[in-house]
Design a binder for this molecule. Structure first.
Ligand SMILES: Cc1cc2nc3c(=O)[nH]c(=O)nc-3n(C[C@H](O)[C@H](O)[C@H](O)COP(=O)(O)OP(=O)(O)OC[C@H]3O[C@@H](n4cnc5c(N)ncnc54)[C@H](O)[C@@H]3O)c2cc1C
Length: 326
């Protein structure tokens, strides 16, 4: 079996930013993801005639490197500013920082940049890494029983999933185990007609909901679709509830905040559970690696729990891997 130079597990921001760096440095790269397409936690779901950003809602760009990169995507029309009228329900928490200068979104969906990047990479979707072992190079086994050999490996799954793949006895296990990732139940709603007198988005500091957004107010979208995210504590408490039960409970909470929705039966109502949504205690390192095994692990949980952190982490890991021998 031929072995591949660099395999990246994950076609989210970390994996695809890493793939771009590795490819630019002349390395052979294969990106594998268990999902049906690129995006990871920045995915856009199409369902019932609606398109909804059900993971990341928007992003910010703070570092010079990311600002420069984002400008390139803006020039291509893949990213635009979203300037919603945001309401706040409940008290503003003491720890709330200044609002960002610009909220940026992918156009027409949050996965736009990743879809664009994936096109210039060798990617395989629906490929779930089930088992891995190092015997001088990486032997990767998929859930469908396919084996792939890799000389260098980058794992960008959320820390608990990366830990499960590497095993508790791996030298990197302790650092992975230190990362706590909070879940997030997300309700997606679609309506046939506009809900009048409703906010574009809201931070909610009371009850089960923490954020809601009228997806159709983002540039490039039109439909009356909403994304409603439950708070971390509520999501933990209801982690194993059925999606239907969660959808009903979150819809009732949504009605309390958006009265115009009470009169309208949604034509789409579905809940998605992000078991590992965002790190509660992101590590203060851009990535970490195991030089003897040509292995790096990266993701938002390394460099801040947001899109910019994921992008930064993937790039840093790729630069490190690209400097290792071919
Ligand atoms: C509900 C929610 C709201 C958010 N809101 C925001 C926001 O408003 N702004 C912001 O900046 N960030 C937000 N985030 C965080 C943001 O989505 C993440 O920081 C970012 O998408 C992480 O990218 P990543 O590449 O590190 O990981 P991921 O996007 O998780 O990518 C990892 C990839 O690995 C794949 N994978 C995992 N295990 C395997 C396996 N065994 N085999 C094959 N493939 C595998 C997954 O399918 C996935 O595609 C939010 C996240 C969630 C869940």
């Amino acid at each position: 079996m031929a072995s591949i130079d660099c395999v990246i597990i994950g076609a989210g921001w970390a994996g695809l930013s890493a793939a771009a760096v590795l490819k630019a440095s002349g390395r052979e790269v294969l990106v594998l993801d268990k999902a049906r397409g690129p995006g990871g936690r920045s995915s856009t779901r199409r369902q019932g005639g609606f398109r909804l950003d059900h993971g990341a809602q928007y992003f910010t760009a703070r570092s010079d490197a990311f600002i420069q990169q984002v400008q390139g995507w803006r020039d291509l029309g893949l990213v635009q500013v979203w300037d919603p009228a945001i309401e706040v329900f409940g008290d503003r928490p003491d720890h709330a920082g200044q609002p960002p200068a610009e909220r940026l979104v992918g156009v027409p969906g949050m996965n736009a940049v990743l879809g664009y990047q994936a096109k210039s990479q060798h990617c395989r979707f629906g490929w779930r890494l089930e088992n891995m072992r190092f015997d001088g190079q990486w032997q990767l086994l998929s859930s469908a029983g396919e084996q792939i050999q890799a000389r260098h490996l980058l794992l960008t799954a959320p820390a608990p999933q990366a830990l499960e793949l590497l095993g508790r006895h791996h030298p990197l296990a302790e650092r992975l185990a230190a990362v706590r990732m909070a879940p997030c139940w997300t309700l997606m709603l679609g309506f046939d007609r506009k809900l009048e007198q409703s906010p574009d988005a809201a931070f909610v500091n009371q009850g089960p909901i923490s954020w809601l957004a009228r997806n159709g107010t983002k540039p490039g979208r039109r439909e009356e679709s909403w994304v409603v995210q439950a708070s971390g504590p509520w999501s933990c408490e209801h982690l194993e509830d059925s999606a239907d039960d969660v959808a009903d409970k979150l819809l009732a909470a949504f009605h309390a905040l958006v009265p115009a929705a009470r009169e309208r039966r949604p034509s789409l109502k579905t809940a998605h559970r992000w078991r590992y949504a965002q790190a509660e205690n992101p590590l203060d390192c851009q990535f970490f690696g195991h030089p003897e095994q040509n292995l790096a692990v990266a993701g938002d949980w390394c460099a801040g729990n947001r899109i910019e952190g994921a992008w930064t982490s993937g790039r840093a890991a790729a630069i490190w891997l690209s400097e290792r021998s071919v």
